[in-house]
Ligand binder design. Sequence first.
Ligand code: GLV
Ligand code: MN
Ligand code: MN
Length: 424
Amino acid sequence: MDSPTIPAQAATVRPSSFVDADRLWQRHVAMAKLGGTAVGGVTRLALSTEDIEARALLRDWAWESGFEFAMDDIANVYIRRPGRRNDLPPVMTGSHIDSQPKGGRFDGIYGVLAGLEALQAIDAAGIETWRPIEIVGWTNEEGARFEHSLMGSKAYAFPDRLESLLDIKDRDGISVRDEVLRARQTLGPTPRRALGVVPDAYLEAHIEQGPILEARGKRVGVVTGIQGWRRFVVRIEGEAAHAGTAPQASRKDALMAANRVIGALSHLMADPDDIVRFTVGRFNVLPNSLAVVPSQVEFTIDFRHPDERALVERGDAIAGLLHEHAQPCVATLTEISRETPIRFDGDAFAAVRDAARGLDHPFMEIYSGAGHDAQNMFKLCSTGMIFVPCERGISHNEAENASPADLAAGAQVLCDALVTLAGR
Ligand code: GLV
Ligand code: MN
Ligand code: MN
């Protein structure tokens, strides 16, 4: 009778020894051309032409390697290597294809390419896994063009949210739905993958996006969890007026009000322990004209913390502070996204930790400050993550960099962990 064991050679040869560092690096170089910027970064906004081209390139690599390729209703893409029991839930791994505007060459795409490299290494090792393994490339993790981050994995984990996510529009009025259709047309006939299929486990490899691994001389991070966040859009309505004639006392200057509000928010978020993360990342002024008192300001708040209580207490205080400091303008606050902090445990975390222990790379446990699609998959199944260092911790920046050896080390950990999980 069949049993969930791996053929004999797996016991002697680790599949990770077949990870090809140069092939993995060359794929990053090729991907970085899609949306590549003049100074070596990437602008590959979600479902842009470049982001759709990246799907086509992934498909071509999947086919060349003999794997199956599929796409779902929000243009998440899947590369599948069958197992011996294809009726069983797969083990999934992946990350996102999109980037920030003027972002880096590794944020996101590394997790997809490391997954593909792991699948090829497993092939080269001649291993037949018990469960199928699927690589996923998530749509719009960044939330830069369509302001809803972790979008593809959100639709995957909560398919009842699909329709409302497809309705989200970018600043030019183009909807996710329009662009998913364009992706479908560009790729041509592509097998359709269902959303919501509960995997047996999910792993995600990613650059750390912070300075800790490099500072400690570690090549691999076994991720213990991800901090939570609350994200808001603030709109302040004032009144346009002539800059030369309107008396100061009578003005409803939306920009001055925003200035007071942001000052008060900085006090609210002040933290001597430097654990709170508080960012105003987008700021728009209307009419944005030299001689006109600003009539409207809109800005975003990204507030993160590893402790849910802090997210509740400081996050809930924002509204009151806003109304107090915006006067005589009128302010509205909309919460657009909320994620609770998570702690990884269970089989997926153990598989990553054991794979790291089994290899020679220096590693450490590390908590994630950045958000990841793993937050949504955590709601479905046992989930774990692997980090590799990035130079000086720089990310969401065109200067983002990582070394071929570190990228390969993370792919090796991923490869061995996948084989363990898919062999159960
Ligand atoms: C996700 O990209 C984040 O901003 O943490
Ligand atoms: Mn990312
Ligand atoms: Mn990012």
